[in-house]
Design a binder for this molecule. Structure first.
Ligand code: PA5
Length: 339
C-alpha cells in the first residue's frame, strides 16, 4: 500500500489546495456579502434555487435563518412563492438548467432576488433584469466553492438580523481542524476516518443542524471518492430505517454508520443515538461517532462539513482516484444538450 505522500500525486485537480484554504475562503466570502444590497430586505421567506454542490448552501442557510428558507432543486417553484419571497439563485457555473428555469419563473412573481455565480447565463439574466449578483471566483469544482456560495448570504442575513449565529466566528473554529487534517500532520483525524471507511459503504446520520451536513458528507464521498454513500436523519430514521438493520448484516455487510454529533443535539435525539448504538452493536453492525467543535451551532456544523470534505478527499486517494473530476455529471449534462 503506497503512503499518503505517494497517494497525493492522484490529486491532479488540486483539491488539497482548496481544502487547505477553506477558513480563509470563508473570510473572503464574508467580504462579498456587501454585494447583496440591503434593498432585498423586508422579505418574509426565501427560496434558494440550486442543484448539487450549489444547492447545499440553501440547506445549511435554512437551518440558521430566522425566516423560513426552502431549497428548491427543481425546474418549478412551489405555488406559495410571491412578492414577499426573496429568490436566491445559486449556480457555480451559471449554466444549470433547472436553476435558470426556476429563477426565470420566480422573477415573474417577485423582484426581490439575488444570484451567486461565476458568470454564465445566470449572470447575463441578472444583468438584463437588473438583479444584483455576487461574483464567485472561477476555476473551482462547485462543491469546493462552498465558502463562496454560502457565506455571502450568511453575512447578508446576519446584517439584516435574519440569522441566529455570527458567521464571522466560523473561520477561527475551523483553523485547528484544517491544520490537523493537513497531509503532513501526524494523528490526522480525517486520514484515520478515511482508513476506517475504506472498502466500506458510509451511511451518514445527522439531526437538525447536522442533517444537511450528513447529506454533504454523502455527496462529497460520492463525488470525490467516486463510491456509494448514503445518509439519513434522526429522529425520522428511528421510524423506518432501523427496521432495515434486521437484514443489514446479510444484505449490506459493508455498511458503516457515522453519527454526526454536536453539543446542540436535542436531548431526545441524543438518547436515540445511544439506543441506536446499542442496537447496531447487538446486530454486529459497525458505527463511528464524530463530534463537531466550535463555540456555537453554526461553527460546529461547519466544522463537521470541513471534516467530511477532508475525509472524502483522503478516501478518494485510498480508492486510487483523483477527487476532482466528475465525468458522469458532465456526460449527463452534455447528453441533455443533444437535440
Ligand atoms: O458538484 C458538482 O459539480 C455538481 O453537483 C454541480 O454543483 C451541479 O451539477 C450544479 O452545477 P452548478 O453548481 O454549476 O450550478
Amino acid at each position: 500500500m503506497p503512503g499518503w505522500k505517494e497517494l497525493l500525486s492522484l490529486d491532479g485537480g488540486r483539491m488539497l489546495q482548496t481544502l487547505r484554504e477553506f477558513p480563509e475562503q470563508i473570510e473572503r466570502a464574508l467580504g462579498l456579502s456587501c454585494r447583496v444590497p440591503n434593498g432585498v430586505q423586508g422579505f418574509k421567506n426565501a427560496v434558494v434555487l440550486g442543484m448539487g454542490g450549489s444547492a447545499i448552501a440553501g440547506d445549511l442557510l435554512a437551518r440558521f435563518a430566522t425566516v423560513p428558507v426552502t431549497t428548491v432543486r427543481d425546474y418549478v417553484l412551489p405555488p406559495w412563492v410571491n412578492a414577499d419571497t426573496l429568490l436566491i439563485a445559486i449556480s457555480y457555473s451559471g449554466e444549470t438548467e433547472e436553476t435558470l428555469q426556476a429563477f426565470r419563473e420566480g422573477l415573474r412573481r417577485t423582484k426581490r432576488a439575488v444570484a451567486l455565480t461565476t458568470g454564465g447565463a445566470l449572470a447575463a439574466l441578472c444583468e438584463e433584469q437588473e438583479i444584483p449578483w455576487v461574483p464567485v471566483p472561477p476555476g473551482l469544482p462547485p462543491r469546493a466553492a462552498l465558502a463562496f456560495l454560502l457565506f455571502p448570504i450568511l453575512g447578508c442575513f446576519a446584517r439584516l438580523g435574519c440569522l441566529r449565529e455570527n458567521p464571522s466566528r466560523v473561520p477561527a473554529a475551523l483553523r485547528p481542524l484544517r491544520d490537523a487534517c493537513l497531509p503532513e500532520h501526524n494523528e490526522n483525524p480525517a486520514q484515520a476516518l478515511a482508513q476506517a471507511l475504506c472498502g466500506q459503504i458510509p451511511v451518514v446520520y445527522g439531526a437538525g443542524i447536522t442533517a444537511p451536513v450528513a447529506y454533504r458528507w454523502k455527496t462529497q464521498i460520492n463525488e470525490n471518492a467516486k463510491q456509494p454513500a448514503y445518509w439519513m436523519e434522526l429522529p425520522e430514521l428511528c421510524h423506518n430505517e432501523i427496521v432495515g438493520y434486521e437484514l443489514a448484516g446479510k444484505l449490506f455487510p459493508q455498511g458503516v454508520v457515522i453519527f454526526l454529533r454536536t453539543a446542540f443535539d436535542h436531548p431526545r435525539v441524543a438518547k436515540r443515538v445511544e439506543i441506536l448504538k446499542e442496537v447496531l452493536t447487538a446486530r454486529g453492525l459497525a458505527f463511528q461517532e464524530v463530534w463537531g467543535q466550535g463555540e456555537d451551532a453554526l461553527a460546529q456544523a461547519l466544522w463537521l462539513v470541513h471534516l467530511g470534505d477532508w475525509v472524502s478527499f483522503y478516501l478518494a486517494l485510498l480508492n486510487g482516484v483523483d477527487p476532482t473530476p466528475v465525468r458522469p455529471i458532465q456526460e449527463l449534462k452534455r447528453r441533455l444538450k443533444e437535440p
